[in-house]
Design a protein around this ligand. Sequence first.
Ligand SMILES: C[S@@+](CC[C@H](N)C(=O)[O-])C[C@H]1O[C@@H](n2cnc3c(N)ncnc32)[C@H](O)[C@@H]1O
Length: 468
Amino acid sequence: MPSPTSPSAGYVTDVAYLPGYYPFMAPARMRYVASLQGIRPPAVREGFDFLELGCGFGSTLLTLAAANPQGRFTGVDFMPVHTDHIAREVAATGLRNVRVLCADFANMPADLPAFDFIALHGVFSWVSPELRACVLEIIRRHLKPDGIVEVTYNCMPGWSSLLPHWTVFHAAEVLAMFGSIGLGHAGRLPYHHNHWELCAKPHFAGQFQGADLATVETLKDHHANVMFRWDLFSRRQREAWTPRQRAEAAGDLFFRIALPQASLPHTVTYGGVTAGIAGPPHDRMLEAMGHSSWSLPMLLDEPQLAEFTAESLVEAVDAGVAMGLFRVDGGPAIDPVPPVETIATASLAVPLEFNRRALERKDLANEQVGLASLRTGAGHEIGDLHAVILDELVTGGRGGIEQRIADRLARTEKHLREHTTGRPITDPAERAKAVGAICGGFFATVLPELVRQGIAVWDRDQAVGKAL
Ligand SMILES: C[S@@+](CC[C@H](N)C(=O)[O-])C[C@H]1O[C@@H](n2cnc3c(N)ncnc32)[C@H](O)[C@@H]1O
């Protein structure tokens, strides 16, 4: 623990955190959730300002900056080891839309602009009450009128058996803290937490009817025994939109089938709640949407879906997102992608410098590799072995790739391990077979998604401009 007079007073510095790309911080996800709650999300197409308070090594900040060249990204952290690392990455990747500040929340630079998005992940529960007050003051001063704040924290009741430890909040306490600076609740992530029916069994419907927001949030947390919350806040009032108004407010978000092999009935289990999607209009939506991206206005105007009301279509999209049938992107993916044999044998390129660096740098460190997609405005994570395959494919082509991967593994003295036993695979023939299977998986599922997101471009689309 730091001493009370050290610069990090009030922040626990002796516990490592896991750096990585956090998908919930993508503007498209925040904007979707806000629109779901009747809150008009900030416009992003012409540019936007994004602040991350306590950005650590900046994995998320940098990935989002690479994926959203029209956005301006600011990261603040008081540990020079973090901010120096970010500054080096900015220089190496040529990102021109990142500003990194080595500063304490208690003493921020005077020239900070106003922001459309302010995110703080892994901060709120881990700083002193005084620093929390500083954070709230930064938000009060620097959030644009229609901006969104995203805050994560350890919460009750999930933490009750682990107390006393860290600072743990009831959702209602955090709602009150943000209320004190004029911000109201604007929804939460993961998506299903916005729907009480996916947090509590139907039997408890009566508890939710007519309950105020703080009670609803508390009840959902108790039913689902939540221990960590991702909350959004905004100054905007919730609006009672018609489905058409909702579609227009979220008109630049795109929805597509989350997994190419998705089929109905689609069933999910969240904690003690099992729910599903079957029949109309989802069956017809899956048919009509095929494997391409659709905005809400496109869906409402689709002649093949004219028999359904706008309300039922919007509800169906929201249910599909909440239950993982559909994914939300900040722009349309490329679909359909060419057959995998065509992609695999064509020459492939990874246009973004940020992504090329990510591929080169990660050599089987047993970490996920975060890549940026200009199409979705978000990051996309792949396993490090898949990153190595992509790197080999781009630099050396398809021919003999299995052998090249096996050689690279042998060179780095990293071993594949058998799934069930964890036994290292050292025998060359066995390794070749395992590499063949991993490459097979890469070509069947990972590569098509990379092409869909424009992270890897195939053949004729090799220029960055054409990847857009
Ligand atoms: C748990 S890390 C989260 C990092 C990043 N947001 C992520 O999700 O990967 C919290 C970060 O907040 C920073 N931090 C804590 N107190 C701070 C303060 N008073 N001023 C500035 N940064 C602070 C720490 O240095 C650390 O990098």
